[in-house]
Design a binder for this molecule. Structure first.
Ligand SMILES: Cc1cc2nc3c(=O)[nH]c(=O)nc-3n(C[C@H](O)[C@H](O)[C@H](O)COP(=O)(O)OP(=O)(O)OC[C@H]3O[C@@H](n4cnc5c(N)ncnc54)[C@H](O)[C@@H]3O)c2cc1C
Length: 508
């Protein structure tokens, strides 16, 4: 039995912790905040419970990562399917993301009926569905990607099936290249693809890997869900599992320094003056944050990465408590709204909105609903204003301007939304940095441009791994769960436990 220290109870950290506790290791999770979930947490404020970042979760379908973890940990997930997954409001049309494939293809045919490229668009969307099936099928067998050594390569090869072969022509291309090759230049169709990819692959079709992009574009067909009481329910159930299997989760303990001896993490020091010894460490952190905690002990490659890697996106969010009286007439509980075809997405030109379910009294008082609205934003300007002496007014003005932009777009989904607002809280990358401790409030991991550029969980230290959305396959609760499963496999190979409680996380 090894002493496992997990830093952070985000979905990635809590998943790894629970699996290792079940395997028989002595697990301690240190979480800086007062509740788990990080970017997929739900916070309470003045009678409302708001999803802080993530609002929809995929991966609960049979064989999906959350389903697999649920079976391994005896968790019966308290989630309900969301269908339609969301409605996309483009500047001149709506496209509803139905879960049922036939309903979806009929909807796409309707939405792009006026396009001279309608036939090409439909052929492309059907091809995306086929490639997505093969990709999800491959992922369900848990290839050890990216490989660190021959063993990982063999495990990856072992996940291949004849069906996987259809993905080969797309290995090196982007979604945009594939779409163009398929004869698509239609502005509405490409913007639709861009908007879907931005929220799932953190980049648009010109850069998004075709294979990953296909899997991401088909997420609504794999089934998306929302946990009862808020997205934070996923991490809460995982924390219960850690404890059920004998591990401990300690809140309000921010790790401020890692002690390293002979290339291994041996202890963590916290802001409460505590020291926790460990045999191995799993950091639910970004590379920048791990390097900060390691200080002079950060391996050269990690330091190099933090100097050279482009920063991820940030998010600007609005948390709104709204009245549902008179009842909102919604076509779905989640909307994506695009402002203009002529502006880049993000920065308030594209938003995602998620309403709590009507009558969900855990999220809002009777007759009210909790609403989270977010947009992608670059980090630099927020921090420049925050850190420039005397720029507070400019920072506040920027917050107000972004809030108005988000509300302008949100009114397209809900005319008169402003008059329903009873509570309004903004969140910037500075806010995300404060609550999740993520470097400069960067969220969502790295853009998924190529499977050959995927980052693995390695840290350069013999007994420390990263989990979370900085490692393959990246962002989303499903993505970080897959990453955690891979790390747990590696840990169990390096630190086997007594036979009685040993288990393999290999798909059953
Ligand atoms: C606005 C927004 C919308 C999103 N929408 C979706 C969506 O709809 N669906 C979806 O699946 N995904 C969505 N995502 C992405 C998803 O939320 C993340 O990819 C995922 O939750 C990240 O999980 P993680 O394991 O990397 O941990 P994180 O969420 O980063 O959590 C890390 C945890 O570690 C803790 N921590 C950090 N430093 C320390 C320290 N030094 N000591 C102790 N504890 C520490 C933090 O407090 C935090 O709890 C969204 C993200 C954002 C920001």
């Amino acid at each position: 039995m090894a002493k496992v220290l997990v830093i952070g109870a985000g979905v990635g950290g809590a998943t790894a912790a629970a699996l290792l506790a079940k395997a028989g290791h002595e697990v301690t999770v240190l979480e800086a905040h007062i509740y788990p979930g990080g970017c997929a947490g739900t916070f309470y404020y003045q009678k409302y419970r708001f999803d802080a970042g993530a609002t929809l979760a995929g991966g609960f379908h049979p064989g999906g990562p959350h389903d697999l973890v649920g079976r391994l940990l005896d968790i019966s997930w308290k989630v309900h399917p969301v269908n339609p997954a969301w409605v996309v409001l483009l500047p001149d049309r709506s496209v509803t993301q139905y879960a049922d494939p036939e309903q979806w293809h009929a909807e796409a045919a309707r939405a792009f009926a006026d396009s001279p490229q309608r036939a090409q668009i439909m052929r492309f969307l059907r091809a995306v569905a086929r490639i997505s099936d093969a990709t999800w099928d491959f992922a369900a067998r848990r290839p050890a990607w990216p490989p660190a050594h021959l063993g990982d390569l063999l495990r990856t090869a072992g996940a291949l099936r004849p069906k996987t072969l259809i993905t080969l022509p797309h290995l090196f291309e982007t979604v945009g290249g594939w779409a163009r090759r398929s004869g698509i230049s239609d502005r509405a169709a490409l913007t639709f693809l861009d908007a879907q990819l931005l929220i799932s692959a953190q980049t648009t079709s010109a850069h998004a890997s075709a294979l990953f992009g296909a899997a991401a574009l088909e997420l609504p067909r794999k089934g998306v869900t929302h946990p009862e009481g808020g997205i934070g329910g996923i991490a809460e159930q995982l924390v219960e599992a850690v404890r059920r299997f004998g591990g401990q989760v300690i809140f309000r303990q921010e790790v401020t320094r890692l002690e390293v001896k002979e290339g291994k993490v041996v202890a963590a020091h916290t802001n409460k003056g505590a020291r926790f010894e460990c045999d191995l460490c799993i950091a639910n952190l970004t590379p920048w944050d791990l390097a900060r905690l390691l200080g002079d002990h950060a391996p050269a490659a990690l330091r190099h990465e933090t100097r050279t890697r482009a920063e991820p996106w940030g998010a600007f969010t609005l948390y709104l408590g709204i009245t549902d009286d008179p009842p909102l007439a919604l076509d779905a509980e989640h909307y994506q709204v695009i402002g203009s075809y002529d502006q880049p997405l993000g920065e308030g030109n594209s938003i995602f909105m998620s309403f709590s379910a009507r009558g969900d009294l855990r999220r809002a008082p009777a007759g009210h609903r909790a609403l989270t609205i977010s947009t992608h934003t670059h980090l630099d300007e927020w921090w420049r204003l925050r850190e420039t002496p005397g720029a507070k007014a400019a920072y506040d003005e920027r917050v107000a301007r972004y809030a108005e932009r988000l509300l302008d777009l949100a009114e397209r989904a809900v005319p008169g939304l402003r008059s329903r607002i009873r509570l309004q809280l903004p969140g910037t990358p500075v806010t995300f940095q404060f609550y999740t401790r993520r470097h400069r409030g960067g969220v969502g991991g790295f853009p998924f441009t190529s499977i050959f550029k995927a980052r693995g969980p390695w840290t350069g230290l013999a007994n420390a791994w990263l989990v979370g959305d900085s490692i393959f396959p990246g962002q989303s609760t499903a993505g970080v769960t897959m990453g955690a499963l891979r790390v747990v496999d590696e840990v169990l190979r390096a630190y086997p436990v007594a036979a009685r409680r040993t288990f393999s996380t290999a798909a059953r």
